[in-house]
Write a protein of this length. Sequence first.
Length: 271
Amino acid sequence: PRLVVGLRYARAAAVLGLAREAWRVDAGGENSGHCAYYCALPAHSGAQRLHRPAPGRGDEIAGQPKLTPTLHFSFLRPTAASIVTLSRNCYPNFNSLPSPLPNFLHVAHFNPWHDVSRGDGLPEVVTGIIEIPKGSKGKYELDKDSGLLKLDRVLFSAVHYPAAYGFIPRTYCDDKDPLDILVLCSVDIPHMCVVEAKVIGVMQMLDQDEEDDKIIAVAAHDVSVNHYNELGDLPPYMILEMQRFFEDYKALEKKHVEVKQFLGRDDAYRI
């Protein structure tokens, strides 16, 4: 079993005596540009581990036992939630720790819904986090507890998403989910990609008699679509395609969806 420690609390571990030192290291080779934190704990009997001193430090700190590096590294992209794992046998008195454990010893969750900004250009330009790429038949959505993406279901009908589909972080709607957004773009936008999206309108609809509005936007940094300023600027088939998709995509599941109307960007700004 392992204990997961948030990197930003590495020094807190040292303060409480769980770790002697903690410092940042940069990875080379295939991990170049990524980083992790390196944590050394006091050596203890029975530890069969290689002694490695801290960069720029001696093998021993005056008056202290040798340091034994015992943390595993997780080299992640700088934008990802970075964690390291601490083996339970690194700390001989682990089982005597108070219960519940101090907060810094629990998993430091990163949840895109709560931890990503809505954007600096509100309400004209918002942040969209894409859950479902254009053309997908999979209904992916954010798992609210873990912050990970989960497959909710595969669409029953012979339809696919007409645009990249996701949500605007730090929003909350009547269906107890974040506000949905459709982002038009000339390239495929992958899962959980953050996109600056220029708002051009909103599709008002009812899903199982609950309001479920969809903001319609274009990728702000895609020159092939960012000249669109209003829904009326779009080719008519795009509006019809979005309407038909949402009217039909739950039909075989015997669930009622009604697209009420499309409104312009000023109405979208108010939402």
